[in-house]
Ligand binder design. Structure first.
Ligand SMILES: [Cu+2]
Length: 285
């Protein structure tokens, strides 16, 4: 349908241009210079007004048609909050209350997902190349983008607007699950951390100012670490493996792995406390 309109439009324009060309080439017809009014009013105003209005109507309709359809269902809603240099993802109403996580966005496969894109410092851009277009994250101006993963899988996302030194490592992963797996993932995220864990007190003392390990209790300047042990990478791709010692490596070496990030150096943290904290993080599944 759309193709026919495009072909038709192109044919009309081609015919008009060719007609004008032949008219111009016919040197034998006496010519009158067109009046200024004709030139300005006709070619300068009426024609562009007509063409642009038509194009606007068609592009609005096309844009609407290209959006993943919610097919009667409400789309799954989630918020993506951009910060230098990490993404927070908020599921606004899992069992009626929001869940906060970071770094990985879990979505149900085969269902339209509406992402509300927000920025907290500078302009960033939300982009998952395999799932659709880019959407700017602008401070004070939330935007919306709709996407859909037709099959379960992992889709790489990336901040697509230069936003400072660690722009490169402002990556994220979108993980699409089959519907029942998705529910399991949400339930796992909602589980509070074990308060009697041997590393819980150290974590609260050294990291608790910026990090929460409970998706229901967001606070602080750092990413929510609920479920962090099941994340496939840390620091937006700066530490892109999930070897068992990765938390101890992050604690010791993140200033090298992600120089300039807003996380302070932990040089003064005793090794035994760091070890307990790392084990605490490994248990946040
Ligand atoms: Cu960014």
């Amino acid at each position: 349908m759309l193709w026919w309109w495009m072909l038709g439009g192109a044919t009309v324009i081609l015919a008009a241009v060719m007609g004008l060309l032949f008219y111009a080439l016919r040197t034998d017809t006496p010519r009158r210079a067109p009046s200024t009014l004709m030139l300005l009013g006709g070619a300068g105003m009426a024609l562009p007004l007509l063409v642009l209005t038509l194009l606007l109507v068609f592009s609005l309709r096309t844009g609407e048609a290209l959006l993943p359809r919610a097919n009667g269902e409400t789309p799954f809603r989630v918020e993506a909050h951009a910060r230098q240099w990490w993404w927070e993802f908020i599921y606004p109403d899992v069992e009626g209350r929001p869940l906060h996580t970071a770094g990985e966005l879990h979505i149900p496969a085969g269902r339209a997902v509406e992402v509300r894109v927000v920025a907290h410092d500078v302009i960033h851009s939300f982009w998952v190349p395999r799932l659709g277009g880019k959407m700017d994250a602008i401070p004070g101006h939330p935007n919306r983008i709709r996407l859909q993963a037709d099959a379960p899988g992992t889709y790489r996302g990336q901040c697509a607007e230069f936003c400072g030194v660690q722009h490169t490592f402002m990556g994220f992963l979108v993980i699409a699950h089959a519907e029942d797996r998705f529910g399991e993932r949400m339930q796992a995220l909602a589980r509070p951390p074990a308060a009697d864990h041997p590393g819980a007190a150290d974590f609260a003392a050294s990291c608790g100012a910026c990090h929460s390990a409970d998706a229901r209790r967001p606070h602080g300047a750092g990413p929510n670490l609920a479920g962090v042990a099941s994340r496939r990478w840390l620091g937006g791709g700066a530490l892109a493996d999930d070897a068992p010692d990765r938390f101890i490596r992050w604690i010791a070496r993140h200033p090298e792995l992600k120089p300039g990030s807003r996380e302070p150096d932990h040089a003064l943290l005793p090794a035994d406390a760091a070890g307990r904290i790392a084990r605490f993080l490994e248990d946040l599944r």
